[in-house]
Ligand binder design. Structure first.
Ligand code: KDG
Ligand code: MG
Length: 399
């Protein structure tokens, strides 16, 4: 079997997605997600200009060898652009292999370890009443666990709160504002109110989105302990693995990190010293199914669980790959699932299902996701940036 064609499809059915389609001489095709929110064209060029020519004529069954040659052969390793491009190839090749086998991908990853995949959904509000309405809406949709984000008194635009806050924002980034002290004062009150309203049993999560110093994160973790969070996510900037030592030594609030990590090397200290409880990488940004499977096996040795990143900017192709992994691995924790617009589902028709807050990859051979290229072409790429974030005095801060 040989790869005879590979092309990059850019589409924006509400937000941008980058998809790689690989075709073989036997007519079997595979899809991979290469979406890097806000920097989509860089990955598209990396694939078109530097990767696709190398794939022509090669054997699609040699997934590990292809992965290693793209990773090692470039010499310039790691980084989000490189790893998103390699991920798209890896996932497309797994899609082809599973289609040839006539099996859903999860069967090639060891078969199902559970009946279905538990998810968490996003609730947010500018204030407590709006937040409660949002939590009720997610519960009505069946979500068994809820991520809670709120406005901070005195701030106009805060991460996770405006509807579609991280969706396409046009040709210039929206500027959000931030005050860490106000946030640290406010958040425990929010969780106190949520626990009083929704009781002790509902799993609650929160994303600090890389904004705290280690000592601030340690204090927040302690302050949130009475509210029994499922996790506190990305409490400190991801570059500083050692910072998690200080956080960990001060709080028993579980910690999740890793959505911006690209390789296992970003996790070495965090996993080997057991400084976190959940690894958050996406198939799409971590080089694909092959390396993510290895990461989960490493994490399992330290009783750390999976929690694959699953916002709207992972395409249904990347989401499907995650769901197959989630079903197969032993140390599955939870899957983030924000859902998609009807138009996105039409561009990417899929076998996976979302029922009662749980996902299942379905039984179609391969990933179980298609790409309607005509519909995709009718919704072309639109330049869009993520927001940026400034402190009250104008200083740029982590977003
Ligand atoms: O593109 C950025 C988003 O993927 C990110 O802001 C979403 O933090 C996020 C999450 O936990 O889903
Ligand atoms: Mg996050």
């Amino acid at each position: 079997m040989k790869i005879v064609d590979a092309r990059v499809v850019l589409t924006s059915p509400g937000r941008n997605f980058v998809t790689l389609r690989i075709e073989t001489d036997e007519g079997v095709t595979g899809l991979g997600d290469a979406t890097l929110n806000g920097r989509e064209l860089a990955v598209a060029s990396y694939l078109r200009d530097h990767v696709v020519p190398l794939l022509m004529g090669s054997d699609p069954h040699r997934i590990e060898d292809t992965w290693q040659s793209l990773y090692r052969g470039a010499y310039w390793r790691r980084g989000p652009v490189t790893m998103a491009a390699i991920a798209a190839v890896d996932v497309a090749l797994w899609d082809i292999k599973a289609k040839v086998a006539g099996l859903p991908l999860y069967q090639l990853l060891g078969g199902a370890s559970r009946e279905r995949v538990r998810t968490y959904g996003h609730a947010s509000g500018r204030d407590i009443p709006e937040l409660f309405d949002s939590i009720r809406a997610r519960l009505a949709e069946g979500y068994p666990a809820i991520r809670v984000q709120t406005g901070v008194p005195g701030l106009k635009l805060v991460y996770g709160v405006r509807p579609a806050q991280d969706a396409a924002q046009g040709a210039r980034p929206v500027v959000e504002d931030w005050d860490t002290a106000a946030y640290l004062r406010n958040l425990p009150k929010v969780f106190d109110a949520v626990r009083q309203e929704f009781g002790p049993g509902l799993p609650l999560l929160h994303d600090a989105h890389h904004r705290l110093t280690p000592i601030q994160a340690a204090r927040l973790g302690k302050d949130l302990e009475p509210y029994d969070l499922f996790w506190l996510e990305d409490c400190t900037p991801a570059e500083n693995q050692e910072g998690l030592r200080l956080v960990r030594s001060h709080t028993t609030t579980p910690l999740a990190i890793g959505e911006v990590f690209n390789t296992v090397f970003d996790y070495q200290t965090l996993i080997s010293e057991q400084l976190i409880d959940y690894v958050r990488s996406a198939v799409t940004h971590f080089g694909g199914v092959s390396p993510l499977r290895k990461l989960f096996d490493f994490a399992a040795q330290h009783q750390i669980k999976s929690a694959v990143h699953g916002p709207e900017d992972i395409s249904p192709v990347g989401m499907a790959a995650a769901i197959h992994l989630d079903l197969a691995i032993h140390n599955f924790g939870i899957q983030e699932y924000a859902g998609y617009t009807e138009l996105t589902d039409a561009v990417f028709p899929h076998a996976y299902t979302f029922t009662d807050g749980h996902l299942h990859p379905g039984e179609a051979p391969g990933l179980g996701v298609g790409l309607d290229e005509e519909l995709a072409a009718a919704h072309p790429y639109e330049a869009a940036y993520l927001p940026i974030n400034r402190l009250q005095d104008g200083t740029i801060h982590d977003w």
